[in-house]
Design a protein around this ligand. Structure first.
Ligand SMILES: Cc1cc2nc3c(=O)[nH]c(=O)nc-3n(C[C@H](O)[C@H](O)[C@H](O)COP(=O)(O)O)c2cc1C
Length: 206
């Protein structure tokens, strides 16, 4: 069975540090046999969540835009890679706007209880967070982790790993980083192998 990997690039800067790191990860997943899809969030048209809470009753979002079919594609993927540079100590507006729009799925799961992910589903669906930051601080990614954790939880993905590179102001470019791109590719290869192992184990009832 082919593993499907979807990568969301939340950077408004095309082919910058973060998208390049995502590309290296996706290349690694392809080397392990996955088929991949990259989505540039800034090229999609979606609005922020209105907070109307209609989805708490209906399980549906009242806004019909590019976010809705994207969630369908995410839910049918085995691996979700979410990429964002650090902007003002958090994730970009593009990514946060999309995460908030998953509220209708959160409502299905936690209020209406019409959506459910088994432990086995969560184990075989992996979420990866990819990020770059200008500062050298070790804790520069800390504010990004909770929103990404909530996103993976809502969508039924196990938060599997981070691929993060700080100190970009010093390096100037992710290409000048000594290890980031090679490590991202390696993590791409290994996550697909891990999912394949788990899925075949699940099929054999292990
Ligand atoms: C609007 C804006 C805000 C930023 N805020 C931060 C920040 O708070 N902390 C930080 O370490 N880097 C910050 N940066 C630097 C970026 O995180 C860094 O350059 C990153 O590698 C850019 O990735 P990209 O090439 O994908 O855009 C900021 C950059 C921009 C454009």
């Amino acid at each position: 069975m082919t593993i499907h990997v979807i990568g969301l690039s939340g950077s408004p800067h095309r082919h910058g540090n973060t998208e390049t790191l995502l590309d290296a990860f996706l290349e690694g997943t392809r080397e392990s046999g996955a088929d991949t899809e990259k989505v540039i969030l800034k090229d999609l048209a979606y609005s922020p969540c209105r907070g109307c809470n209609a989805c708490h009753k209906t399980g549906k979002c009242v806004v019909s835009d590019d976010a809705i079919p994207l969630f369908e594609r995410i839910l049918s993927s085995d691996c979700l890679a979410v990429a964002s540079p650090i902007y003002s100590m958090g994730i970009t507006a593009e990514l946060k706007g999309l995460i908030d729009r998953a509220q209708f799925l959160w409502a299905r799961k936690f209020i209406l209880k019409t959506m459910f992910f088994s432990d086995e589903h969560i184990r075989t669906h992996k979420g990866i967070f990819i990020s770059t930051a200008g500062l050298s601080w070790d804790n520069v990614f800390d504010a990004a982790f909770p929103a990404v954790t909530a996103f993976f939880n809502t969508l039924g993905f196990e938060y599997y790993d981070n691929i993060i590179a700080n100190d970009m102001d010093r390096y100037g470019s992710i290409h000048a980083h000594p290890t980031a791109l090679a490590k991202a590719a390696e993590k791409g290869r290994s996550v697909v192998e891990a999912i394949a192992r788990l899925e075949s184990g699940a099929r054999e009832g292990r």
